[in-house]
Design a protein around this ligand. Structure first.
Ligand SMILES: [Zn+2]
Ligand SMILES: [Zn+2]
Length: 507
């Protein structure tokens, strides 16, 4: 006899809460709904707000480690009259230097061609030489670091000021950009120079060691820190919850997502879109060869050399756009996309009476360009009711609603995009059944594989143990064996690996 914990508890429906109730419940969060932000919009006389997730997820009494200002003093109007409530993550550019050496020597595929078991040197070495850990700072402090480096040519690209150093060369005022004392910044750099050069030297030494395959590290078998231990008890509890309450899980997740969307505001982005278009420029072959993937380096490397976006048809060169960031000439990246392959009827005619009109036969994983992948985000920010839904775009939708031009943003027909997003809701429903089936099949395969190992590869014994593992669940089935067989063959058919994941490296 097994004793059970029977648990019943409530989670507030965030979508039903007023702004005031949200504020009472989430004192540690911030957002478009907070009384401080509403008061500031009245005080600055604007209706437009640019509030990002960094701001929303830092508490209302957060203060900047650079200038020391608190949130109310950080707010100011942009030149376009948008109230800026944004925070940046400031990182030491020295931590990118290791990568750029390997990149320069071996090309963009360096991760795949460095000697075996040396990948950890880049990861750990880059962190080792950093002068400071990444820090959330205010826009003005991050901007001050860039502004000083633009003025002082003697400062190398890989140097960044620590937040505590930024504090020394800026004069902070409430609700205004910093005044910068360039001479103080120059003196700070001069002070830091010797130490910085030693760190550079260390990176170069480590890079040489990597290239010649020294100081290798044999990988261990510990579960990845990022993914969590698949056998761990936390995962076990979470999986139990997912299995027992799949609908509640979906409802709660959607409610939380909608809450995040309700916290941020992107009026500034729309303003930026209205700027007059600049002359279109194209990256050279050499620039493409050294491109860092725009924040998705692994995917940029994983894509075949003749990659084209399956939705808009543009190639690597076409999808890059001139960026506003002085230090990053180009912007653009590859993004994972799941495409569902729909079948109109059950292929086996014998079962014609059970035929359904359309169902998802399988899925495929593709890499698409950032412009294609962000159309849905654009739809969701325009139509709040769609934002809480599972609307999805397939390649045919993206082609129908966006006009693609090399090195430019897509021209999106937003009216058509809204229609396509709404029309996708029945398909979104089908994906739920599909993923349930997929997960069941893949789960069954995982159990079978682990039993096979335990049985020393003896298939017959593993099969018997698999049947008894599922005995309780299949008690009512006439042919439980046939069902398991079916699940395993389904796992082989639809339980595909991610083709764009590079061999695991040390987390
Ligand atoms: Zn600051
Ligand atoms: Zn595309």
């Amino acid at each position: 006899m097994v004793d059970w914990h029977v648990i019943e508890f409530g989670i507030p429906k965030l979508s039903s809460l007023t702004d005031e109730q949200l504020e009472g419940l989430y004192v540690e969060r911030d957002g478009r709904w907070s009384s401080a932000i509403k008061a500031a919009m009245r005080r600055f006389g604007t209706e437009k707000l640019d509030l990002d997730e960094n701001w929303a997820s830092r508490s209302p009494d957060w203060d900047c480690p650079g200038c020391g200002r608190r949130k109310p003093d950080l707010l100011r109007l942009s030149s376009a009259g948008v109230l800026l409530a944004r925070l940046d993550i400031h990182h030491d550019h020295l931590t990118d230097h290791f990568k750029s050496i390997l990149h320069a020597k071996l090309g963009p595929q360096w991760r795949a061609v460095i000697p075996p078991d040396t990948a950890h040197l880049e990861k750990l070495g880059s962190r080792l030489v950093a002068r400071f850990e990444p820090s959330t700072v205010c826009l003005d402090c991050n901007g001050a670091d860039g502004a000083v480096k633009a003025k002082l040519q003697e400062i190398p690209r890989s140097f960044s000021f620590r937040p505590s150093e930024i504090r020394r060369f800026v004069t902070a005022r409430p609700n205004a950009e910093h005044q910068i004392d360039v001479e103080v910044a120059r003196a700070i750099f001069a002070e830091a120079r010797l130490d910085f050069d030693r760190r550079l030297g260390l990176v170069e030494t480590l890079a040489v060691m990597t290239l010649v395959g020294e100081m290798t590290l044999e990988p261990g078998n510990q579960p990845s820190m990022l993914a969590g231990n698949p056998m761990g008890m936390y995962r076990h509890l979470h999986n139990w919850f997912l299995r027992e309450c799949p609908e509640q899980h979906t409802m709660v997740s959607k409610d939380v997502e909608a809450f995040e969307a309700r916290s941020v505001s992107r009026d500034g982005v729309a303003t930026a879109e209205r700027k007059k278009p600049r002359a279109v420029s194209r990256p050279t072959e050499a620039e493409i060869a050294v491109y860092d993937g725009g924040g998705a380096f692994d995917l940029w490397q994983a894509a075949p050399s003749d990659w084209r976006c399956p939705a808009c048809g543009r190639d690597r060169r076409d999808i890059l756009r001139r960026s506003n960031n002085r230090k990053r000439l180009w912007a653009g990246k590859l993004v994972r996309h799941t495409e569902y392959i729909i079948t109109d009827s059950v292929p086996d005619d014998e079962d014609a009476e059970f035929a359904v009109n359309a169902f998802i036969d399988r899925h495929e994983l593709h890499l698409i360009c950032l412009d294609c992948s962000t159309i849905m985000a654009g739809v969701k920010s325009r139509w709040p009711d769609i934002s809480a839904s599972d609307a999805l775009f397939q390649f045919s939708d993206m082609r129908a609603i966006a006009t693609a031009t090399p090195n430019q943003a897509h021209k999106v027909d937003w009216v058509a995009a809204e229609e396509h997003a709404r029309a996708s809701l029945p398909l979104a429903e089908l994906t739920k059944t599909y993923w349930k089936h997929h997960n069941e099949a893949v789960g069954c395969r995982a159990v079978y594989r682990s039993l096979l190992t335990k049985c020393g590869g003896n298939k017959q014994r593993a099969w018997i143990r698999l049947s008894s593992y599922y005995a309780a669940e299949f008690a009512g089935l006439e042919e439980p064996e046939g069902w398991l067989d079916f699940l395993l063959s389904e796992a082989d058919r639809i339980g595909i690996d991610d083709p764009f994941r590079l061999p695991a490296s040390v987390a």
